[in-house]
Design a protein around this ligand. Structure first.
Ligand code: GLP
Length: 243
């Protein structure tokens, strides 16, 4: 696992964009695994800038997203389809038809069959990740066991608390989500995690302990051959981590 300490969020976003840019330039028709949440927003802005000003070309790129809330229409402003259009796809020259965000409405089982079929035929070049305060990846919540493939998750109360800030009230936060499984994430050729916000506990488990613990899914990153974690210096200092 490669760990990069960035001086601030801006630098973290640029360093993360460098990794995506390299993948896109080396293989202009690769599939990117993308993530929502506030952590990758700065990287998406930087990629949009490089597309507009530096000719970074997404015209043949495909993408697949980590997860989606169950019960939100793609037009809902908190759905992850809406988030991706609004934060990235509308600002780069990617073909929308080449972007996949699992459906959150309709028949969940059918949606999961489709999601798994997409993942089975896709090789993800770089999977972008954020991390939940409880260590969740995508929506793989802590538990005694984790899942290999795409599945439905019941969101932890702490996840509902953490994501409440994006909704009018706590009651509006969906209770279920569909997510890539840990196996789907671990099969990506590269993992790129951007850590921002209150992630002290998750980062202590990842960086200061040797345990691989399903009760903190982010610790599985340590098993990947090509994982990069970018965190801000303030967070590294707070948990007493040094390279
Ligand atoms: C959600 C997403 C995760 C994301 C997490 C952290 O729960 N499902 O993929 O990593 O939020 O979000 P943030 O980056 O806003 O802290």
């Amino acid at each position: 696992m490669k760990i990069i300490i960035a001086k601030d969020y801006q630098e973290a976003s640029c360093l993360a964009a460098d990794i995506i840019e390299k993948a896109v330039r080396e293989n202009p028709s690769c599939t990117l695994g993308l993530a929502t949440g506030s952590s990758p927003v700065g990287m998406y802005q930087e990629l949009a800038r490089r597309c507009a000003e530096e000719g970074l070309d997404f015209s043949k790129i495909h993408s697949v997203n980590l997860d989606e809330y169950v019960g939100l229409e793609p037009t809902h402003d908190q759905s992850y389809r809406y988030f991706m259009d609004d934060n990235l796809f509308n600002h780069i020259n990617i073909e929308k038809a080449n972007t996949y965000v699992a459906k959150g409405v309709g028949d969940v089982e059918e949606n999961l069959r489709e999601f798994n079929a997409v993942l089975d035929r896709t090789e993800i070049e770089v999977q972008v990740l954020g991390v939940g305060p409880d260590g969740h990846l995508g929506f793989n919540e802590p538990g005694d066991t984790l899942y290999d493939g795409a599945h439905k998750e019941v969101l932890d109360e702490s996840t509902i608390d953490a994501n409440q800030r994006f909704f009018a009230s706590r009651d509006d936060v969906p209770r279920y989500a569909v997510t890539m499984g840990m196996g789907n994430i671990m099969r990506a050729k590269k993992l790129l995690m951007i850590v921002s916000g209150k992630k002290q506990d998750a980062m202590k488990a990842l960086l200061l302990s040797d345990k691989i613990d399903p009760k903190c899914p982010v610790t599985f990153l340590r098993l990947h051959r090509d994982a990069t974690v970018i965190l801000e210096k303030s967070l590294a200092d707070e948990i007493g981590f040094q390279i």
